[in-house]
Write a protein that binds this ligand. Structure first.
Ligand code: KG4
Length: 336
């Protein structure tokens, strides 16, 4: 079954063709980063307009890269939630038009379910049930993936997402947008014990997290140093920051895994590219004997291949939409 998948929830327009949920025939991503960099973050209105300009050509590109024509397609899958509402709407409306004109089924895919499915591309042997740590610019959650389409959030952030925290701190340091990758690079070789940054605990909810205190403490530290004319040891700061984020994510993921007893932990989302978090998870799983699944770096960030992959399983479960499909800025993962 060949699925044309469309993703436009934030600042990447993406189209892909995926065969039978696991084989990526093509994956095209058009990034808007350059456009938003001058503003230090995503400008929703600009994002929507850029998606409109890119989506049609990218879908054609994905088809031709796959060596297919429109008549070879069996369904259209699209991210319908969550995301910047204007941006998501562009993909949804394009997908509805494509499904209607080609007479194909329309499959709505939850963006975070898509991130989780990126692991199916990299690891052909991975099947539910497993626990997945989902960490991106908008989401930080530990998910019980009971089946391909039955999921439950076991714990998550009470405020900022981990990626958002990376981005804010990097912006104040002036090292680029989005900030996660430059912070990761800066941290290499830095002394991760030099700066003591807070790791919050949520009373009575051991799997929940909070990153707003870490963000505030980091920004205060940077501003204090600036006001006193002191030079911050940037690699040490970035390494200490990475340690604090990892110390929030890793023990909770391991505790969730222990409580479920699946023996399989996957990671998903843009922050899953972080070298410190990957290394700490690898060390933790090596210690417990649990199996760790990390997506390939190119499938950590937003892409449409992951949407085509999850779309296949949603289709198999009968989760289809009509042409009245709407886009949602927020939506629970268990609703699909
Ligand atoms: O999954 P994604 O592309 O978009 C969302 O669905 O949110 O994630 C983007 C987030 C950004 O916050 C970015 O700074 C972060 O992923 N990110 C990283 C790294 N690469 C990307 N964070 C930490 N370390 C990285 N290497």
């Amino acid at each position: 079954m060949n699925i044309l998948a469309i993703e436009s929830s934030c600042d990447d327009t993406a189209a892909a063709v995926v065969k039978d949920g696991r084989t990526v025939l093509s994956s095209c991503v058009s990034s808007q980063i350059e456009m938003h960099t001058i503003y230090g973050g995503v400008v929703p209105e600009i994002a929507s307009r850029k998606h409109i300009e890119a989506v049609y050509g990218l879908a054609d590109q994905a088809l031709s890269d796959a060596g297919l024509t429109r008549s070879d397609l069996d369904a259209i899958a699209v991210t319908y939630a969550p995301g910047l509402i204007g941006a998501v709407l562009v993909g949804v409306n394009f997908a509805k038009g494509a499904a209607m004109s080609l007479g194909l089924p329309l499959i709505p895919v939850h963006h975070v379910r898509g991130h989780i499915a990126a692991n199916y591309i990299t690891h052909p042997d991975l099947e539910p049930p497993f626990v997945c740590l989902c960490v991106s610019g908008g989401t930080t959650a530990i998910v019980d993936v009971k089946s391909y389409t039955d999921m439950e959030i076991l714990g998550g952030t009470r405020d900022d997402a981990a990626g958002e925290c990376f981005d804010k701190v990097a912006r104040v340091l002036g090292i680029g947008y989005p900030g996660g990758a430059p912070m990761d690079k800066l941290a290499q070789g830095g002394d991760d014990r030099k700066y003591e940054l807070p790791v919050a605990h949520v009373a009575g909810a051991e799997l929940d997290m909070s990153f707003s205190g870490l963000k505030t403490a980091s920004l205060n530290l940077i501003h204090n140093a600036q006001q006193k004319g002191e030079e911050l040891d940037l690699p040490a700061f970035a390494a200490s920051f990475g340690r604090a984020v990892s110390d929030s994510l890793v023990p909770r993921s391991m505790a969730a895994l222990r409580s479920k007893g699946y023996g399989k932990l996957a990671v998903a989302g843009g922050v899953a590219a972080n070298s410190r978090i990957r290394a700490d998870l690898q060390a933790a799983c090596a210690k417990t004997g649990d199996k760790l699944y990390l997506p390939e770096l190119r499938y950590c960030g937003d892409n449409a291949a992951m949407i085509g992959c999850q779309g296949f399983y949603e289709y198999q479960a009968g989760h289809l939409a009509g042409l009245d499909l709407n886009a949602y800025a927020t939506r629970d993962i268990f609703l699909g």
